[in-house]
Design a protein around this ligand. Structure first.
Ligand code: ZN
Length: 131
């Protein structure tokens, strides 16, 4: 990669970080305004790969797979809807103290089921939980 490309890549990364910070500030502000709580979960939490019914983790899921059937409980999932349920569950687990905020990147291949603990090394992402 050329020096120029490195410079442009860094600029894009910096801009993305700025947008992420702005989104966090806006989320916190709106949540406070509406008496809601913002819970941060790890960006590597495998929300798309976990079956929200039985917690099976589908390691073979690719970005192209918009729908998948759990080999354990035979439930068919819409990728994004399933992920949204898992993110909400993880947020509620964190709020109740039974979940942790992070999944560690290096351990993605051995991702834990919902609610099991890991250390907090990765960057969190945010979402709001109604309350
Ligand atoms: Zn399942």
């Amino acid at each position: 990669m050329s020096k120029r490309n490195n410079h442009q890549t860094k600029k894009v990364a910096d801009t993305n970080m700025l947008y992420e910070e702005m989104l966090n500030v806006m989320l916190e502000y709106k949540a406070n305004w509406n008496d809601k709580t913002v819970v941060k979960i790890d960006r590597f939490f495998p929300s798309s790969k976990i079956c929200n019914v039985c917690n099976y983790i589908n390691q073979d899921l690719t970005l192209k797979d918009r729908e998948w059937t759990c080999p354990s409980c035979n439930t068919t999932h819409d990728r994004d809807f399933n992920a949204s349920i898992n993110i909400k569950k993880q947020g509620l687990n964190i709020l109740s103290g039974s979940g942790t905020e992070s999944y560690v990147k290096q351990k993605r291949s051995k991702a834990l089921p919902l609610g099991e603990s890991m250390t907090s090394e990765a960057q969190p992402i945010s979402f709001a939980v109604g309350g």
